[in-house]
Design a binder for this molecule. Sequence first.
Ligand code: IMP
Ligand code: MG
Length: 183
Amino acid sequence: MTFDDELKRSVKKVIVSERELKKAIKALGKKMTKDLEGEDLVVVGLLTGCIPFLPDLLKELKLKVLVNYIQASSYEGQESSGKVKIGGVLKESIVGKHVVLVDDIIDTGVTLKELSKYLYDNGAKKVTTCVLASKIGTRKVDFEADYKALEVPNEFVFGYGLDYDGYYRNLPYIAALKDELYK
Ligand code: IMP
Ligand code: MG
């Protein structure tokens, strides 16, 4: 089966086009540049969902920043497991710094809440959170992302960093999964 055939089987519709993504990320970068000027910043990307959002956002930040990564996963398949497994970040680089934590999407809020706590516990002076997409009406914990490029409806979405069972992070747009595939 070709890649196009695979896509036809999974995509219900494109919900954010490549052009809309570029525009939203540019606008977000501009706002963050204005807000975060003068801060001692470390941008920490959550692997793997922060790619390709993080590199695109970084190019729009006209700020002096360090870049670091952390690994965490809360998802198995399409349901949030409610547990977050955290892989290490270079501790020395965040002590006393303002950390900007970057992820693909906020859904229940569990991942960003846990990771923020972890970064504070490891010496961050301040933690600011930033996501490409914010799912509407799905929070299970009291937590909101400080910055979001866009909002998406409560559907399973994939592409541009968001995976469907590990695949499709490389799509240049965000698509909604066909209802019959949504478990
Ligand atoms: P939360 O902890 O429920 O906020 O979930 C955050 C994580 O769940 C994100 O980092 C994503 O990896 C994943 N996630 C949530 N919703 C979706 C989706 O619609 N598509 C793909 N991944 C998702
Ligand atoms: Mg993720």
